[in-house]
Design a binder for this molecule. Sequence first.
Ligand SMILES: [Cu+2]
Length: 114
Amino acid sequence: MRWSSWLPVMLFAGAAAMAAPVRAQAETLPEFHLVLQNHQFAPATLKVPANTKFKVLVTNRNTTPSEFESADFNREKIVLPNSTITVFVGPLGKGTYKFFDDFNQTTTGELVVE
Ligand SMILES: [Cu+2]
């Protein structure tokens, strides 16, 4: 390969090296837990810190699949029965952000970011 052909490879390697600390940091993000049970979120209101990236672990204890979804913070992920998903959220500004189960839309909750 000519030098010019290697350049994108080197840029990619550099980007991957820079991404490594970010990946390590992701493991230490604050985490918050939500449980889907009897087609309700518990808790239905989750307080989370503003301007911080965090994880929400959603466990489905119903016998049917759910889809954890939010238009307010733009996430959508299926949660099978008896399983837990991890959703990375934020950083968000202060406010209230609604979420719901897209497979059972009367099941709702909110993040209160403060
Ligand atoms: Cu959906």
